[in-house]
Design a protein around this ligand. Structure first.
Ligand SMILES: Cc1cc2nc3c(=O)[nH]c(=O)nc-3n(C[C@H](O)[C@H](O)[C@H](O)COP(=O)(O)O)c2cc1C
Length: 199
């Protein structure tokens, strides 16, 4: 139970088709007896009503299940670093957009602000990538981040190589183990998930 008593920042960015997985992530963190889960959302997650979710309902789900208010502004996210608010940030799901900004030092969403403050404290960040251009334009950003101190990737795979040949998605079965290894300063291996998991 390496995650016991740890404070987790759960950062959710706008990969809306993955939102149905987020409650399961929260449940699996709770099963590890974490101390607290602080939800942090990008502006897209906070605002966009999509065919997958209504934004307000999704925020309500996050707040009810984590028993914490979401951090949904850059001003609120700024305290994550100075107050040492969490032990680790899990960006799950992480869009190609957030990956690109993270790899290039851009800080214009609450998630990116929280990560920026957090890594100045030399603490780990775990990334669960989900983007249709993972083997396209986003690949260089994955390369940049996978080779950056304190950044760890949840194993990922192609989710539909015939219809979306450049698409990558994290494998949710490895979320907990990736966090555990990240606390030990290790990237879980293999980072390429080689089997399709039916959830
Ligand atoms: C219905 C819908 C689904 C989307 N799914 C994804 C996705 O799975 N991965 C991704 O990288 N972007 C996806 N996007 C695009 C992002 O939401 C968009 O790039 C947004 O600017 C991301 O902002 P954020 O990274 O700050 O959350 C989707 C957009 C919509 C409307």
């Amino acid at each position: 139970m390496k995650l016991e008593n740890k404070s987790i920042g759960l950062a959710v960015t706008g990969s809306f088709c993955n939102f149905s997985e987020v409650k399961g992530v929260i449940d699996s963190l709770k099963a590890e007896n974490v101390k607290k889960i602080i939800p942090i959302v990008s502006y897209s997650t906070r605002k966009f009503d999509t065919r997958f979710y209504n934004a307000d309902e999704f925020i309500k789900m996050l707040e009810e299940n984590t028993e914490n208010k979401v951090i949904d502004s850059i001003v609120d996210a700024e305290v994550v670093g100075p107050k040492n608010l969490v032990d680790i940030i899990l960006i799950c799901p992480c869009t190609g957009n957030t990956l690109a900004k993270l790899a290039n030092g851009i800080t214009d969403t609450p998630v990116l602000m929280a990560v920026k403050g957090h890594i100045r404290n030399n603490k780990p960040v775990v990334i669960g990538v989900s983007t249709n251009d993972g083997l396209g334009k986003s690949l260089k950003n994955i390369a940049e981040l996978i080779d950056t101190k304190n950044m760890y990737f949840i194993p990922f795979r192609q989710d539909d190589y015939s219809k979306k040949p450049k698409s990558l998605v994290l494998d949710y079965t490895y979320v907990i183990k990736t966090l555990e290894d990240a606390f030990d300063g290790k990237q879980i291996q293999p980072v390429l998930a080689n089997r399709k998991v039916v959830m």
